[in-house]
Ligand binder design. Structure first.
Ligand code: B12
Ligand code: SF4
Ligand code: SF4
Length: 343
């Protein structure tokens, strides 16, 4: 078996769904597009996207010794329609990626296992990354042949649709590069038209400040009023643009026990979530990515969903939080109670 075939076999054995190889180099367009995104302020409060833009846009600027990049994908395709819960207005929609364990740990442990194996087989030096490092993961994955950056800006795979988590191994080994994947969006614009907050100023461009994923996870302070109604009951992340992609019909559901929705996070009741104190919040979201946003930001999101529920029964829940010690929670509670009064 040649080196590429044996790395591929080991990656699949470790549980990765997809793998590709590319040079540790991105074309100047990647930097230009990142700069245009930042110049327009579309990163909002994610200042860390700008802080290390040079390293993000060019692998060798992050690690000069890097020669090749191994790009890896892990399928997290849902077993059921992830948008079905949006119609259940007294319940919460938590995005597919956050309904159980944090994917970062799983992907990282597999990247490390593959890296150890590769070191033993071939030597060289390497570094592993998933999500949080200054790495443009999607353009690298496209270059490595895993898929293409769709109009919703995420990587779409012919085999796994929009449901791949990405991770990388940068290595000093010279590995033969794969052919980059080409764009198969064609005239489709399903993702662009599905966005509740109109977050795409143009195909392939996302204004993060309007994206519900950003608003519910990254944004501190009150959620701008102009987006609250469109959020519906999405309280952590959003899957609309991913879920409508026609390439998902070729995808199989994931086979990871760690990604099967926990019963308590599968359409939980808004009334119960709103009443969580700090300890209750931490206990419910043990090992979940949701834990990162903390009780206050989480309850803020839940209150926006309560305001959108059109359920008079939830008005008392909102009112009970109107004097919350956290001013952002208190403001969201008053907004929700006011909406339900009108309802
Ligand atoms: C910041 C960030 C966010 C931000 C901003 C998203 C964004 N699109 O930039 C927010 C918080 C909104 C977010 C949301 C989500 N994220 Co996110 N996020 C990231 C992160 C950390 C950095 C992405 C980045 O560099 N953005 C900066 C902008 C400039 O980059 P970009 O979108 O790639 O912009 C490119 C396009 O504009 C393109 N472009 C511009 N013009 C043109 C024209 C043409 C013709 C073409 C082809 C391209 C093109 O070039 C730019 C540079 O590559 C990555 C992890 C990483 N390190 O890469 C995860 C990552 C992108 N996120 C991921 C996920 C799963 C999500 C969510 C689905 C989570 C959820 N369910 O709520 C949503 C999806 C929202 C969406 N439609 O993108 C996955 C995506 C996996 C995949 N298959 O692509 C990643 C890769 C994490 C991971 N390791 O798996 N995310
Ligand atoms: S994740 Fe939701 S809010 Fe963000 S761009 Fe996609 S559809 Fe729009
Ligand atoms: S929904 Fe259509 S336009 Fe959007 S990424 Fe999928 S194929 Fe491309």
């Amino acid at each position: 078996m040649d080196i590429i075939a044996s790395i591929r076999a080991e990656a699949l054995r470790l549980g990765f769904s997809s793998i590709g190889f590319t040079e540790a180099r991105l074309p100047p367009e990647a930097r230009a597009r990142l700069d245009a995104f930042l110049a327009a302020g579309m990163q909002g409060e994610m200042g860390w996207l700008a802080d290390r833009a040079a390293q993000r846009a060019q692998p060798k600027a992050l690690w000069p010794e890097a020669v090749s990049v191994i790009s890896l994908g892990l399928n997290y395709g849902p077993e059921e329609d992830p948008l079905a819960v949006l119609a259940q207005r007294e319940r919460a929609s938590i995005s597919v990626y956050a309904r159980n364990r944090d994917y970062h740990e799983l992907v990282k442990s597999r990247l490390k296992a593959l890296a150890r194996w590769l070191l033993a087989q071939q030597g060289g030096e390497l570094k592993v990354f998933v999500d949080t490092a200054p790495v443009l993961e999607k353009p690298l994955a496209q270059q490595a042949g895993l898929g293409w950056q769709g109009k919703h800006t995420n990587l779409v795979s012919r085999e796994f649709g929009s449901w791949l988590f990405l991770g990388e191994i940068y290595t000093t080994l010279a590995l033969p590069p794969a052919a980059p994947e080409t764009d198969h969006c064609g005239s489709c614009r399903a993702c662009l038209d599905s966005c509740p907050t109109d977050a795409f100023p143009a195909p392939y461009r996302l204004d993060a400040r309007r994206c519900i994923s950003y608003l519910t996870i990254e944004h501190r302070g009150p959620i701008p009023e102009e987006h609250r109604v469109a959020m519906g009951n999405r309280i952590y992340g959003c899957d609309d643009c991913l879920a409508v992609c026609p390439w998902n019909k070729f995808a199989a559901a994931h086979s990871e026990p760690a990604f099967a929705p926990r019963a308590s996070l599968d359409a939980p009741r808004l009334a119960e979530l709103a009443m969580l104190d700090d300890a209750g919040f931490r206990a419910l979201f043990t090992a979940s990515p949701v834990k990162r946003i903390g009780r206050d930001r989480f309850v803020r999101n839940v209150l926006v969903a309560i305001g959108n529920s059109a359920s008079p029964a939830l008005r008392a829940t909102a009112q009970a939080l109107a004097e919350d010690p956290d001013p952002v929670v208190a403001e969201a509670a008053r907004w929700a109670a006011g909406r339900l009064e009108t309802a």
